[in-house]
Design a protein around this ligand. Sequence first.
Ligand code: ZN
Length: 138
Amino acid sequence: MRITLSDILSGRVRIVYRRPRRASRKMKDTPEVERLRSEAKAYLPGRLRSLAALHGFTVNQVRIKHNVSNWGSCSTKGNINLNLNLMRLPAELQDYVMLHELCHLRYMNHGPEFHALLEALCPNHKALRKELKEYKLI
Ligand SMILES: [Zn+2]
């Protein structure tokens, strides 16, 4: 088909710019991240499910993520994402993050009921929260 300027001006033909696709959309893991990811996959989902069973929570899917914005997250569908950086933390802090996310299965906010539940499951959560701030996500 031959396209003329009038085709374009009349709107009969539309020019769409498509961003060229990069060879790989995702950045390749550094060796350290690669190690953390495989450790995280081997350990975190099982640990999260044990904690869930212990405290009577039902978790849907557990995924291991790599981002610099959160240690974990929880969706309304009952899916929990855990950051592979958790593998750099002491066990107590790992559990604290996981308990925090489990509490979100019941309360999708940080309101008083959420805190009361977290307090019941993890009495030293305030000190742990402070300790967690010493660690940076990589
Ligand atoms: Zn939260």
